[in-house]
Design a protein around this ligand. Structure first.
Ligand code: PEP
Length: 257
């Protein structure tokens, strides 16, 4: 099927790169990309909170067409929540995407499906797009419950949203056992599971599912991008380790065209 879904390659820098390093990385990345890349693929970087303002001003002043993303947020717009950052604060920095429910936040910081659902709504309410992460553990995969897990997480986060709002969401299917491990789902398996996520979105929001971008994440690197991106259901990548280095990330973007 031909679709109107423009691929998105989003770099998740996690807790890496000071603001000074982040400026250098985004500049170097821009030197390696050209109009053909930006035309074919939407590129985003998601630095740590401390680097957002520096990266924003670099992108703006050098007119670099890379979108800015954040890695997390709170669901409230302001208040007594020490250590938290609100969607409104991110929106003021021209942040376009916010990663929500990354497995590291779910597993290491106890983020529940309920918190993820609130964050999705708050991000949409601040006129940004959530990159909602779903994915199974190795144990769940071995038990054959991958489909049930990703469909459940998708429903928990998106149920009750208007179709227009669902259309503004991006989903990242990230098998937890493949994140940062060097192991990747086979393109066929990733494609099939993303198909399950898309069918779940169809149940919730109808034909908008055909416009929703669903990324694959989990040890995406230059050597495996082309075969993953050749799959009809895969609309891009959420890239951790390989996005830290501008050469590697530029190659991932190019192979994703
Ligand atoms: C991620 O951070 O979402 C991720 C997929 O990391 P990596 O590419 O390093 O596996």
């Amino acid at each position: 099927m031909t679709t109107s879904r423009k691929p998105l390659m989003a770099g998740n820098w996690k807790m890496h790169h000071t603001h000074l390093e982040a400026i250098q990385v985004v500049q170097k990345l821009s030197y390696r990309l050209d109009d053909r890349d930006y035309k074919a693929v939407e590129v985003a970087v998601c630095p740590a909170f401390t680097a957002l303002r520096s990266v924003q001003t670099t992108l703006d002043s050098d007119r670099i067409p890379i979108a800015l993303g954040a890695q997390n947020c709170h669901w409230e717009s302001h208040g007594a929540y020490t250590g938290e950052v609100s969607p409104a604060m991110l929106a003021k920095l021209n942040v376009r995407y916010v990663i929500v429910g990354h497995s590291e936040r779910r597993e290491l910081f106890g983020e529940t499906d309920d918190a993820v659902a609130r964050k999705v709504r708050a991000v949409l309410g601040a006129q940004m797009s959530p990159i909602l992460c779903v994915g199974e553990t190795l144990e769940e995969r071995d038990l054959g419950s991958t489909d049930e897990k990703v469909a459940g997480q998708t429903r928990a986060a998106l149920a009750g949203l208007k179709a227009d709002d669902v259309a503004r969401c991006v989903i990242a299917y990230e098998p937890i056992w493949a994140i940062g491990t060097g192991k990747t789902a086979t393109p066929g398996d990733a494609n099939a599971t993303i198909g399950v996520v898309r069918n779940t979105i169809r149940e919730l929001a109808g034909s908008v599912a055909d416009e929703t971008r669903i990324l694959y994440g989990g040890s995406v690197k230059p050597g495996n991008t082309a075969e993953l991106m050749a799959m009809p259901e895969i609309d891009g990548g959420l890239v951790g380790g390989a996005s830290l280095d501008p050469d590697d990330f530029a190659r991932v973007i190019r192979y994703g065209r």
